[in-house]
Design a protein around this ligand. Sequence first.
Ligand code: SF4
Length: 369
Amino acid sequence: MFPLLKYTKEEIDGYFDRVTPDMVAASVASAKPGFFDLLNMISPAAYAFFDDIRERAAVERRRYYGKTVSVYAPLYIGNTCINSCRYCDFRSQHTGTVRRNLSIPEIEKEADAIRSSGIDSVLVVAGEDPRVNTVEHLADVGRCLKKRFSNLSLEVAPQTEDAYRRLFAAGYEALTCFQETYDRERYAYFHPAGPKSNYEFRLWTQLRAGRAGFRQLGCAFLLGLSPWRAEAASLAAHAIYLMKECYQAKIQFAFPRFCPTEGGGFQPEFPVGERDVELMMNAFRAAFPQCCMTVSTREAPAFRDRIVQSAADNMSAGSRVVPGGYAVLEQTGDTAQFTLSDRRPPKEVYEAIKANGQEVVFKNWDNRI
Ligand code: SF4
């Protein structure tokens, strides 16, 4: 569990079992839902209120985000990695993966391909490899991309606060770091070696980035590694803590559902169904109406088109999850980090958003510094 949460996993699980339909109804109607209202809305008793929770979420989403849907694309700059995450085909021991780190000219080529689709916001992704992805290199990448995009987000190995200051100065404003699982024992099992085996250093990543000036802090757990309700309680507690400590930043939630990688192999022990994800996303929107929420390309098109109407305000479009996947590689037979369910090109994603009566947003703020 998130270590500052006052309750044990057993107490949280016991609470879920005791939630009654009346408690769920009261939480859905609450003027300002709190932590326990969120738990009520994701409890087993909440399924009878599925449509009510969705409706409440849609009201909050409209209140804070109107009809807008922001779009972005991930840009994988490299997939060498010294970690050993048991569920990822980029792990150091996995021999079936073609390894590649893009040069700055190759990154520019990828960036131009993304930019030509209209997208103005990118998430820079890389495996953890301190031999390649030094702070200096990441800063160079940031300065190069900032000439092309309004908004840069970062999803790379956790850094020190000083490194985040330098990366913020280079143009990155948002950070994403999935805790993968808040359960310490399971975390140790899934991350047996490499720097990522340090649970604490990863856990306080958003705090360091927030203190360094980052404007948006992304939090998530990987759905499938541990029972999802207790993980969701930890995620909520983590977000509440960050909202107090880093009040100048916005929290962004993501709900990445574990999908088997192209090479097969790892299967999640606690698979999460689509209806569970939908309930959870709508409940988080109802309880954290002001926070950002993204829906990834791991989910199927119909689900994504539906969830941006009630919960998510942000979605990826036309994603490629291999380094060089947009323009550098002529054939994309390389191993992807995870399987994409939504393979629509960006234009089709934009059309689907418009068909919902919503508006595609490429850029929603300007950095005046
Ligand atoms: S999940 Fe990230 S850190 Fe772990 S092996 Fe894959 S790329 Fe490396």
